[in-house]
Design a protein around this ligand. Sequence first.
Ligand SMILES: *[C@@H]1O[C@H](CO)[C@@H](O)[C@H](O)[C@H]1NC(C)=O
Ligand SMILES: *[C@@H]1O[C@H](CO)[C@@H](O)[C@H](O)[C@H]1NC(C)=O
Ligand SMILES: *[C@@H]1O[C@H](CO)[C@@H](O)[C@H](O)[C@H]1NC(C)=O
Ligand SMILES: *[C@@H]1O[C@H](CO)[C@@H](O)[C@H](O)[C@H]1NC(C)=O
Ligand SMILES: *[C@@H]1O[C@H](CO)[C@@H](O)[C@H](O)[C@H]1NC(C)=O
Ligand SMILES: *[C@@H]1O[C@H](CO)[C@@H](O)[C@H](O)[C@H]1NC(C)=O
Length: 513
Amino acid sequence: MNTFKSLLVGAATARVALGQYCEHQWEGKFANHDVDGVPYLQARQNVPPPPLEIQPLIVSGPTSNRVNFLFLGDGYTEDEKDKFFADALYLANNVTDGQTFVDVVPLMNFWAGFSPSAESGVGTYGTPRDTVYGLYRDGTELRGLYYDKPEVARAACQSTDTCDYPILLGNDPFYGGLGGTFTVTTASPNSGPAVLRHELGHSIIGVGEEYDGGEVYEGVNAARSPATAPWKQWYTDASAEPKVERSNMPIQAYPWTLLNVTSAWSQSFASAGTYATHLLQVSVSGMTATADLRVDIDGRDVGWRINPAVGVDRFIYNIKIDEPLAPGQHVITVTLLNEELEGTAQLCNLEVLEYGGEEEFNFDPTYHGLYPTFSSSNRTTYRPTNDLCLMRSTYTGNFCSACIEGLWLSLLGPLSFVDNVTQTTGPDGATNVTLELLPLAQFRQVPYPRAEGYEILWYGADDGVVLAEWTNSTSALIAAGTEEFGVEVRFWTEQVRVDEDGVLVQKARYTVV
Ligand SMILES: *[C@@H]1O[C@H](CO)[C@@H](O)[C@H](O)[C@H]1NC(C)=O
Ligand SMILES: *[C@@H]1O[C@H](CO)[C@@H](O)[C@H](O)[C@H]1NC(C)=O
Ligand SMILES: *[C@@H]1O[C@H](CO)[C@@H](O)[C@H](O)[C@H]1NC(C)=O
Ligand SMILES: *[C@@H]1O[C@H](CO)[C@@H](O)[C@H](O)[C@H]1NC(C)=O
Ligand SMILES: *[C@@H]1O[C@H](CO)[C@@H](O)[C@H](O)[C@H]1NC(C)=O
Ligand SMILES: *[C@@H]1O[C@H](CO)[C@@H](O)[C@H](O)[C@H]1NC(C)=O
């Protein structure tokens, strides 16, 4: 698949977004795979590709008619080759096994390309190590993971037909990532999959954020006003819309600060006092036990408890408090209690959300309506669901219906439903034409619970005439003397309700050979 055009959202500036989950290093409007049409990428530096040992991870069909994802390992030494392939397979499995891309995996191939790095791991304090692509963190904070050698990554990607989407995989056990031309993630067992699927959501579907505090809100899951929501076909209760679920964000902060036991971190904020409940979201790293940290609102412990599964990795905690905030000033205090953690324990970001009462805010996780999202400058846009989508909630593995629809349309756009056409001699001089279709509907390799199907129409020499006897058959007999025939393949799935560009209908004419 060479002419794939993935529209990336966001401005073409170096490093934007102080998003709480991901950083974006936009290099241009189009991703790497559109190499033919993007001058920026044509003007690539003249570097040779690194030696690449490519292994298949999950392969559903020929590279020419699938969307190919290639993990490129960084900071893996020759001795760590097996670890790289295992880390990449873990990630590929995680985003396809029962969640995230499970529905569309027949359209995807996952590959892993190993190149040995001289040094192991990723750099810190802005300094890369001696690795293939030069991944590094700014300080030690568990946030953006940047690349120093995009020209090498680009050369690697262009040296193979397995690379429509390059994914730089850093050999590091903690949170870190980046979206843009190159998706960057780490081998963190907890946050690696979360970062990967979120960043791929940006690059494949072309959507912006759904979490609060981002910069870019665009695509099929974002609306500037309730009237312009592009997911109206997914409203759970169309007769009730447009009804904005009532909520407010009275404080949002990105301290990214090391904590100490001498003085607590605190910040005050004001509430109108007109909401029913509230939620504190706080993300920290470097914690080892619940006794290490105390988080208070107005001197009252909100009940922060460590997630033991993440260890010292960064984690985003959501603490729902089923009480209103009183009108007036409030203060959030974050106190480090364990002195041994000074120098590592970090407060990353926090926000408070207030929610209207039962009639005003629908917490049903699958409810598709209009939920307000608040940007870094507190600009309001709208999203389809509360916390269902992984473009908002880091630890959920799934997209909302609007994003899944977008996913289908984006992935199918450059593909053909027909993997192969073979012509053999049939009875009475007829030509037996047999189609091999993308392994969807009745051709799926694993049982699939959702409704979907193909409709196949055959046309004779005259494109207007349907050869009805072969409708829905993957094979047809074309009468002797016919020089040309046509095939129309229509695919439908319950996950696509609106297909404005007609991506799900493809028609082609063939010559009898
Ligand atoms: C994916 O990874 C998460 C941790 O990020 C883990 O909790 C989950 O069980 C994994 N799921 C699969 C299907 O591998
Ligand atoms: C965002 O705007 C709303 C509405 O004006 C206001 O109530 C809220 O306090 C603001 N939040 C922040 C973090 O500025
Ligand atoms: C301790 O942390 C507080 C809150 O973040 C900060 O204001 C203060 O400068 C820190 N003190 C030291 C000695 O680092
Ligand atoms: C198409 O089918 C023919 C005959 O079965 C086979 O030889 C050829 O390799 C197939 N091509 C692809 C791209 O699968
Ligand atoms: C062909 O299949 C489609 C479903 O994919 C169905 O709606 C249609 O009725 C079928 N046509 C015939 C003639 O069986
Ligand atoms: C075409 O040939 C294939 C393979 O021999 C056979 O399975 C199929 O039934 C034939 N198609 C028709 C329409 O006769």
